[in-house]
Design a protein around this ligand. Structure first.
Ligand code: AMP
Ligand code: MG
Length: 354
């Protein structure tokens, strides 16, 4: 592994290491760092060469723009042309935090950073490690999730090492992240704000501040002709090695159906993986059962989703069945990621009974 590894916590920052990391970014290098959502792969957002390095390190398609991270509201006007008052109201409420907003960009932001678009995505993270790094780096850090393209986003430094240990100059280990799913993305380049990616901040929370908000049609329709507006959302985010299906319906029927399929697979000599909530995990006698979190505490499900998917790649399972997690607030974000991982393979128990 080539990367320098440093460890700290959000409560006890290692300022010397953060200064060194900031200098690496100023010199055009790459540093992976924790944020409250997932780990980011940082490069200087205003340096086209650094952005190109990020794409190369991740194996990311170059039409998939990067999010620019700032650590001060005053940094915003230099990189965006027009800040609608609704966006300011949203920033007031949710920045710093798991919210990304898209605006028209100024010439300061290179097209390499925005995947050739004339708009730019901006986020102000709340994690103190991320904030300090961004300040030492000069104020603008482009940072996609620090995974190899096509793998689940990293929620702990070990995941970054697995994927990018040889490709980055430094990894800052700040412990496991708090949220575990990428930020909510809201596009302000249109008359009515549009959600391009669901996240911790739900549509209902956005409506409270913004009034009318649309969901990008490309997110709602799984038709290959309707492309999502966020270029990254059109890619199959992650395909586990084993075949993943989501089983949907009333709890008892889901459990019965998964057990029936697991038993059948066992008879055929296959190994089955099951993703279950803590409340139901003990109801599956056959297969490797991984508990994702508690339905009664939906944040725990969001936090463990990517970790569980990574763990299953290390077990030799042939098929994975997952319960569905349409939880009240984050369900839309959780299911957006899970459905993509499953290639939209859903088994509906209710429909079959009609
Ligand atoms: P990641 O960096 O892995 O969190 O992914 C960033 C997401 O933001 C991708 O889905 C991008 O396509 C999307 N994105 C970034 N900038 C823009 C932009 N200017 N317009 C639309 N989507 C964007
Ligand atoms: Mg990503």
């Amino acid at each position: 592994m080539k990367a320098i590894l440093v460890t700290m916590t959000p409560e006890h920052l290692n300022i010397e290491a953060l200064k060194q990391a900031g200098q690496i970014l100023k010199d055009g290098g790459l540093v992976a760092f924790p944020t409250e959502t997932v780990y980011g792969l940082g490069g200087n957002a205003l340096d086209p060469k650094a952005s190109m390095k990020i794409y190369a390190a991740k194996g990311r398609p170059s039409d998939n723009p990067l999010i620019v991270h700032i650590a001060d509201l005053d940094s915003l006007p230099a990189i965006v042309k027009n800040i609608p008052s609704k966006a300011s109201a949203l920033a007031e409420k949710y920045w710093p935090g798991p919210l990304t907003m898209i605006f028209q960009k100024t010439d300061l932001v290179p097209l390499e950073t925005t995947g050739g678009l004339d708009s730019v995505a901006v986020r102000f993270p709340s994690d103190p490690i991320a904030q300090s790094l961004i300040r030492f780096a000069g104020g603008y850090v482009a940072a996609p999730s620090a995974n190899t393209s096509g793998r689940p986003s990293p929620t702990m430094a070990e995941h970054v090492e697995e994927d990018l240990g040889d490709a980055v100059d430094m990894i800052i280990d700040g412990g496991p992240v708090g949220i575990g799913l990428e930020s909510t993305i809201v596009d302000f380049t249109e008359e009515i704000p549009v959600v391009l990616r669901p996240g911790y901040i739900s549509l209902e929370m956005l409506r409270e501040t913004l009034g009318e908000v649309r969901m990008d049609r490309g997110l709602l329709i799984t038709d290959s002709k309707v492309h999502p507006k966020a270029p990254g959302m059109k890619y199959r985010h992650y395909a586990p090695k084993a075949d993943l299906s989501i089983v949907e319906g009333r709890e008892e029927e889901v459990i019965a159906r998964i057990n029936q399929m697991a038993e059948k697979a066992r008879e055929e000599g296959k190994t089955v993986g099951i993703i279950a909530a803590e409340e139901t995990a003990e109801r599956y006698p056959v297969g490797i059962v991984k508990t994702i979190g508690k339905r009664s505490e939906e944040e725990t499900i969001a936090r463990h989703l990517y970790e569980v998917l990574r763990e299953f790649d290390k077990c030799q399972v042939n098929e994975i069945y997952s319960e569905a997690f349409y939880t009240p607030r984050m369900g839309q974000a959780i299911m957006n990621r899970l459905l993509k991982a499953a290639g939209h393979k859903i088994i509906k128990t209710q429909e079959e009974q009609k």
